[in-house]
Design a protein around this ligand. Structure first.
Ligand code: ADP
Length: 648
């Protein structure tokens, strides 16, 4: 038998071990996640090897992981019957730290001179070595599949390790941890049944182990056995029994045809903590440069916190069926934040940190392909199950529309997915809008700002409605953002009916002449109105968009809407006061009479102010001085009543 040999850890390993041994880290439980994950990997490796090697075929039988714990002796074991390691492997894998994040991790620690905080270690998870957070010494007894010799690796985390020959009757690995003594042992738990104890502290506690396994390793594809204490109804211990701690239900890795709707629903409740039925689920697997599987759900109802960026319910990240993190925001663009579910990646390291996630190329690839897949599914829903899609849109359309603004690459697709209420129809797509356009109609018209009600009654719509042109009614605050960046849809310009000139089509020659004359005639009145209202409006002009109302306010083609201006103010931005154009309708009796009065030398009095105020009111805007406006209207009423009395 070969004698025991002593080795030194390679230098980075030493530093890392030092950190582990001296850590005062509260989230130590992850050591078990790492060991179980290594065991699961070892089983995966043996499974793959047994497919091609006849000699190994018999080795891969009854694959399983076993956790054993002896509380009194403070020993915890994790064993597997996987691929195992030979002597060289032990030196290479457990004596060298070849992990990509290690150097960065140590450098980070050195630069910041920081102590090991939970956040830090969570970011840099450190595999097998994390055992030294909970153990004084660690033994690894292992035998490689297809070989006869077994080896025993031992270390107390002091910079050296030993290897000697050992004995093991099957291939696989057993990691034995000699646990550190319990800290802060409280006696508050005395008299409680084991499952009633606050089991967060002691990793030798059966209930702590159950909890950790369920939290991190429930979906590991191999059974994780443990001999657990068994109790009768009164809580009296009846001996022990073997139990499988994990459900192994990685339903995302099973073929879709084999999973029932009921199982999908159950899993949705598990990941989303939402007990309502999801609208639909999306199963996706990608192979190639980055291999992953995803199971995503569209909820049927928006949660309260849809607009709050916090909350831990997004998409869970797994790596090879080992849970890595809750709500991994990097996996999907923000405008798809209503999605729930799981992404299980094959090629990511277990120790991937949030910081690294943001720059990781593989994550970017996953995000891109998930986005495409989700948008494809939404298209399918839009075309095949319109009712479901409308339900979805009503809940999450506001969020998806953020993408039109934020995701230039998918802008066209997102525009095609958007549903709109219009002056004549409910929840139509832009393509359906285009189909319904009049032959002479040149643009896609929209009106934004305010509630649906005020939009429907807005004077801005008049000429468009009279011509039979449909207008999109945009009542979400986010609409002002995306309409600011979208100029056209399928080559048709997108125009706001409340901005710019309403140049619907070139008027007939004769009409144009008439218009010119009228403009000349009104010119002095328009000037006088502009002078009166110079603090409120940038100019006053004759309107081509009004047919029933006397006046309205319009913006310059690219100017902000008043709603946007208000929103920005609320967000604390200094926005210069926005002056719009007052458009008046020369065919309206009010303007006709005002014009007559003005040319006959009568004073304009409070009329300009009244005209401006009612234009503001008509579009649902707020008056600068409502009390004053009310007084002017009251005076007007009084005068009108007096005249009516005289006429009678
Ligand atoms: P990682 O698992 O991230 O590679 P670890 O430090 O946890 O890093 O493990 C280092 C290496 O040791 C593994 O890549 C694997 O080759 C080997 N190893 C660890 N545990 C086992 C095991 N239970 N069976 C076989 N090999 C193992």
């Amino acid at each position: 038998m070969a004698a025991r040999e002593t080795f030194s850890f390679q230098s980075e390993g030493k530093q890392l071990l030092d950190l582990m041994v001296h850590s005062v880290y509260s989230n130590r439980e992850i050591f078990l996640r790492e060991l179980v994950s290594n065991a699961s990997d070892a089983l995966d490796k043996l499974r793959v090897a047994s497919l091609t090697s006849e000699a190994l075929q018999s080795s891969f039988s009854d694959p399983h992981i076993r956790i054993a714990v002896d509380g009194a002796a403070r020993i915890l074991r994790v064993s597997d019957n996987g691929i195992g390691m030979n002597r060289e492997d032990l030196v290479t894998y457990l004596g060298t730290i070849a992990k990509s994040g290690t150097r960065e991790f140590l450098q980070y620690m050195a630069e910041r001179k920081e102590t090991l905080t939970p956040e830090l270690i969570g970011q840099f998870g450190v595999g097998f070595y994390s055992s030294f957070m909970v153990a004084d010494s660690v033994e690894v007894l292992t035998r490689k599949a297809g070989e006869d010799a077994a080896w025993l690796w031992r270390s107390s985390g002091d910079g050296t390790y030993t290897i000697e020959e050992g004995y093991r009757d099957t291939c696989g690995t057993t990691v034995t941890l000699h646990l550190k003594p319990i800290e802060n042992e409280g006696d508050d738990d005395e008299g409680l049944r084991p499952w009633e104890r606050a089991s967060g502290e002691d990793v030798a506690d059966e209930w702590t182990i159950r909890g950790i396994v369920r939290k991190y390793s429930d979906f590991v594809a191999y059974p994780i056995h443990m001999e657990v204490r068994h109790f009768d109804k009164e809580g009296k211990e009846e001996g022990t029994k073997d139990e499988v701690l994990n459900s192994m239900k990685a339903i995302w890795s099973r073929p879709e045809s084999e999973v029932t709707e009921e199982e999908y629903r159950e899993f949705y409740a598990h990941v989303s903590k939402d007990w309502a039925e999801p609208l639909t689920h999306i199963v996706y697997s990608a192979e190639g440069a980055t291999t992953f599987r995803a199971l995503l759900y569209l909820p049927s109802k928006a949660p309260m916190d849809l607009f709050l960026r916090e909350g831990d319910r997004g998409i869970q990240l797994y790596v090879k069926r080992v849970f890595i993190m809750q709500d991994c925001k990097e996996l999907i663009p923000e405008y798809l934040r209503f999605l729930r579910g799981v992404v299980d990646a094959e090629d990511l390291p277990l120790n991937i940190s949030r910081e690294i996630l943001q720059q990781d190329r593989r994550i970017a690839v996953i995000r891109k392909s998930l986005t495409r897949k989700v948008l494809d599914e939404l298209k399918r829903l839009r075309d095949g199950k319109r009712e479901t899609y409308v339900t979805f849109w009503k809940e999450f359309g506001k969020v998806l529309k953020e993408g039109i603004f934020a995701d230039e690459r998918n802008r066209e697709t997102l525009l095609s997915l958007a549903l709109f209420r219009t002056t004549t129809r409910e929840w139509i797509t832009l393509d359906e809008y285009l189909e319904g356009m009049k032959p002479e109609q040149k643009a896609v018209y929209s009106l934004s700002g305010g509630t649906l009600e005020t939009l429907r009654n807005s004077p801005h719509l008049e000429v468009f409605c009279d011509r039979g042109f449909e207008v999109l009614l945009l009542d979400d605050p986010v609409d002002d953002f995306w309409t600011g960046v979208v100029e056209t849809y399928r080559d048709k310009p997108l125009k706001s009916v409340a901005k710019g000139a309403a140049d619907l089509d070139a008027p007939e020659e004769k009409e144009r002449e008439g218009a010119k004359e009228r403009e000349d005639a009104f010119e002095p009145l328009l000037k006088a109105l502009a002078e009166h209202l110079k603090d409120e409006v940038s100019s006053v002009r004759l309107s081509t968009r009004l047919t029933a109302s006397p006046a309205c306010l319009v913006g310059e083609t690219h100017s902000m809407t008043p709603q946007m201006e208000q929103l920005l103010r609320q967000m604390g931005q200094a926005v210069p006061k926005l002056k719009r154009i007052l458009e008046v309708n020369p065919a309206h009796p009010v303007l006709e009479r005002l014009q007559r009065r003005f040319t006959e030398g009568g004073s304009l009095g409070d009329f300009p102010e009244l005209l401006y105020g009612q234009a503001l009111l008509a579009e649902g805007g707020a008056l600068p001085d409502p009390a004053r406006f009310a007084r002017l209207v009251a005076e007007l009423l009084a005068r009108n009543l007096e005249e009516a009395r005289r006429e009678e």
